[in-house]
Ligand binder design. Structure first.
Ligand code: ADP
Ligand code: ZN
Length: 606
């Protein structure tokens, strides 16, 4: 770099830092953000890959503030645009969204504002962008940012044809820098994005995919509803998302949780647009704690304080799993990802894939296998995930179930013998449930009617719980010692390999079932207050909600949970102290400083 260029980037860095503090109230950039901003502001195209919650928005919002003219942001979902525009306006930034909710009059007013240079950021959908080709030549345009850029690629998991056609931007406006942002990392998608957008020698930024504040846990799915309810008790009052594999299960689970007294709403593509909007809005406004949803939910959810994500069913790929779990903890506070895992889900999803017209797509099968391997892994979950995203990490993380509660293995030969011989004694004509009843010495009518209480294996396993045996049977199936005949009510059949175990020629190691969540302190991210006053935090949250309701905005637009937690730790009572809290910028201080300071002062005094 020449001296002049060095001086130029230093000046950009200083201005960027000043805006970061003043507008967002943040103290420092996250890794990679500043480099991206510098490159974009000096006119270079860029490709930014950061995990969900990594802080992509800042990468185009700050350049938008630093550059003289308009930044157009292409974003696939109206709800997402609305959130971002709300949040920006709240921080005193002139932002607007061009969407179908505006009438002609409003659109023409917006266009005049843009022509007068009064708008810094304009959010548009890809469909709408096409109609703006002429205008873009006339407007004082400085930058185009394409969010969720993986939608461009056929290899991505959300392909959208309107996205694929955006190559014209670079052709018609070669002097305007274009940036593409996504959370999808695979190489094929990345290359596709660069090609289709015709980016010129783009600056590429690839963040670490690690989300250290998310704890990954997988439990054996045995009695899922009871397990889930037990888990939800530990999350009372927190926001969470429960993903299910089908619409029917979403409806059922929503109903059950609602009957159990939870503030819960459902979300899937089979519901009307109104119903979906209602659930989403209520979740954002903290009128609902839980959303039960299919994968249809989430792309537009910019809620930063989702504390947990539960997968009731096995996701189809690690990409989806990672994207969905990534919706937890965007504020950097401790969060959890819980997967309820039944090995039978693998067969179920595989079966679904096989239904496709030309048989299962090999790419889909490969992705499913990787997901299954993750669920069955006996090593640090985070290592498995990061490895999958080509980011091998050598140290175990200390913040997943495997790290905090290592799997215990034991000599399961005798249990396996009991189980296998019981399958044999019932004539290989019954499913897992019945065989367990017999093993545990049940006197239910099916057992008595069949005379199975007379079998030598009746009651042989009564010292172990039903769940324990269920886990044993699953492992025996997994080890190829038993087979389930799905064409005949899933009855259990012995395989030839079972012989050696039954005859005592071979020993078998089994794993203890993983039933409950390991309770363990997590590694906290460094920006997080270690100790904050929970009572004050609750009061601050309730004040935030009141203010947000008055303004007709979602609460996190006022302040994030992380910001409130820091207030509850530092207890600022004066303006300048409040400004020192991460997330409090000048506009927000002006707008909300007083009520929050009053509350904290009262609290400190009492
Ligand atoms: P995504 O990459 O998923 O689009 P966002 O841009 O929504 O992520 O950022 C996630 C959260 O992190 C937001 O609440 C955002 O305000 C916050 N954030 C981004 N950059 C910083 C920073 N440098 N310091 C503190 N918080 C930040
Ligand atoms: Zn780990």
């Amino acid at each position: 770099m020449t001296d002049a260029a060095v001086a130029h980037t230093t000046a950009i860095a200083e201005q960027a830092q000043a805006l970061l503090e003043q507008i967002y109230g943040y103290r420092e950039f996250r890794s990679g953000q500043l480099q991206v901003i510098e490159q974009v502001v000096s006119g270079r195209d860029s490709l930014v890959i950061m995990p969900t919650g990594g802080g992509k928005s800042l990468c185009y919002q700050l350049p938008a503030l630093l550059l003289p003219g308009l930044t157009v942001v292409i974003s696939p979902l109206i709800s997402l645009m609305k959130d971002q525009v709300d949040a920006l306006k709240e921080s005193g930034v002139a932002a607007a969204a061009l969407n179908s909710s505006l009438d002609r009059q409003q659109v023409s007013e917006l266009f005049s504002q843009i022509s007068r240079g009064e708008i810094k950021l304009l959010y548009v959908s890809p469909e709408r962008l096409m109609s703006l080709q002429q205008m873009l030549h006339q407007w004082p345009l400085s930058l185009v940012a394409v969010d969720e850029a993986h939608c461009i690629s056929q290899w991505g998991h959300d392909f959208r044809p309107e996205y694929a056609q955006m190559g014209w931007i670079k052709q018609q406006l070669p002097h305007i820098p274009v940036m593409a942002l996504t959370a999808t990392a695979d190489e094929a998608t990345r290359q596709d994005i660069v090609n289709r957008l015709a980016l010129v020698n783009p600056h590429k930024h690839l963040s670490s995919f690690d989300r250290p504040n998310i704890r990954y846990t997988v439990v054996d799915k045995l009695r899922p509803l009871a397990q889930l309810q037990q888990y939800l008790k530990s999350q009372q009052g927190n926001a969470g998302i429960i993903y299910c594999g089908s619409r029917r299960r979403v409806d059922e689970l929503t109903e059950k949780l609602s009957a159990a007294g939870y503030k819960v709403g459902g979300y899937h593509a089979g519901m009307s647009a109104d119903e979906r909007a209602h659930t989403q809005e209520a979740f954002l406004r903290e009128r609902l704690d839980i959303v039960v949803a299919t994968v249809a939910f989430g792309m537009g959810i910019n809620k930063s304080n989702v504390r947990y994500v539960v997968h009731w069913d096995l996701p189809k790929s690690i990409e989806s799993y990672y994207q969905e779990t990534g919706r937890a903890g965007r504020d950097g506070l401790e969060s959890e990802a819980l997967l309820l895992f039944d090995p039978a889900d693998i067969a179920r999803v595989r079966h679904l894939l096989d239904q496709a017209e030309n048989g299962a797509n090999p790419v889909d099968l490969h992705k499913l296998n990787a997901m299954a391997a993750f669920a069955e892994a006996q090593t640090c979950r985070r290592q498995v995930l990061l490895n999958y995203f080509n980011e091998p990490s050598h140290a175990a993380c200390g913040n997943c179930d495997i790290c905090t509660d290592p799997p215990k293995r034991y000599d399961g030969t005798i249990e396996a013998q009991k189980a296998l011989s019981c399958v044999y004694r019932v004539g290989q004509r019954f499913g897992v449930g019945h065989v367990i009843e017999v093993l545990r010495g049940s006197s239910n009518s099916t057992v008595l009617d069949r005379g199975h209480d007379k079998l030598s294996t009746w009651g042989l396993g009564k010292e172990k719980s039903h769940d324990h045996w269920l886990s044993v049977f699953r492992q025996l199936i997994h080890h190829g010692l038993l087979q389930q005949d799905i064409t005949r009510h899933s009855i259990l059949l012995l395989t030839p390999a079972a012989r050696a175990i039954l005859k005592g020629e071979r020993a078998l190691e089994l794993a203890e079932p993983r039933l409950a969540l390991a309770k363990a302190p997590s590694r906290r991210s460094k920006a997080l207050p270690q100790d904050y006053d929970r009572k004050l935090f609750a009061k601050l949250k309730s004040l935030r909600r009141t203010l947000a309701d008055e303004a007709g905005k979602p609460p996190y637009v006022v302040f994030s949970d992380a910001t409130l937690a820091e207030m509850a730790a530092e207890m600022p009572t004066r303006d300048f102290e409040l400004l020192g809290i991460s997330g409090v910028g000048e506009t927000k201080l002006e707008r909300y400083g007083e009520p929050f300071l009053n509350l904290i002062r009262d609290y400190v005094d009492s």
